[in-house]
Design a protein. Structure first.
Length: 202
């Protein structure tokens, strides 16, 4: 299949690829990415499973650097490790410098987080998955798509805060984990034993 714009010819192909047995081939969809090569974007294997091209799967699961808190200011959780064992960022959409996921395409995304708190023993803490549209400058705690939860102190023991949500992001919009304590000024956000992850739904 071919089409063109004002400066170039564009093409795509649907290819039937033989398999070692049976009567069903693999079906491969490719796009032209230079004058002489094509890139595989999608395939349906001989068993009917849909497989995306390398690097086109949008999913991540990361941990971070421990944060020692000494005030009651809200903060972005510093999830900055996407490469240690058991971590991944398929599609390279998570920014370990800003601690934010960047949506490659517009659509609905599922996100989750699990956060360990050490020596949190005063008041409560808000936890939410914020975004370009619903950030700390908004009443994010009234918006279901942020997954906002409130966790009260538990006498200084180790606590785990958990939340998950589905939200819509436009292409290039961001999502991140945010916490805001009400009163405690001396606790540790143990991100080395925490996680933030998600994937594109459609």
């Amino acid at each position: 299949m071919e089409c063109c714009n004002t400066s170039s010819v564009q093409s795509a192909s649907i290819v039937a690829q033989s398999t070692s047995s049976g009567t069903s081939p693999n079906i491969i969809i490719t796009q032209r990415n230079s004058n002489s090569t094509n890139a595989e974007r999608l395939r349906i294997n001989s068993d009917g499973y849909v497989v995306k091209g390398t690097g086109l799967t949008c999913a991540f699961n990361v941990s971070g650097t421990n944060m020692t808190r000494n005030n009651t200011s809200g903060y972005i959780c510093q999830f900055d490790d996407d490469s240690s064992s058991g971590h991944f960022d398929s599609g390279n959409n998570f920014n370990t410098s800003t601690y934010k996921f960047v949506a490659p395409v517009s659509g609905y995304y599922y996100f989750f987080t699990n956060i360990r708190l050490d020596s949190f023993n005063t008041g409560y803490i808000r936890t939410a998955i914020l975004s370009t549209s619903y950030h700390a400058g908004t009443t994010y705690y009234t918006i279901p798509s942020t997954g906002h939860v409130i966790t009260y102190a538990d006498n200084g023991s180790i606590q785990t805060v958990q939340t998950s949500t589905v939200m819509y992001l436009g292409a290039a919009q961001e999502a991140w984990v945010y916490q805001d304590p009400s009163a405690d000024t001396s606790y540790t956000v143990y991100l080395n034993e925490s996680s933030f992850g998600g994937y594109f739904i459609g």
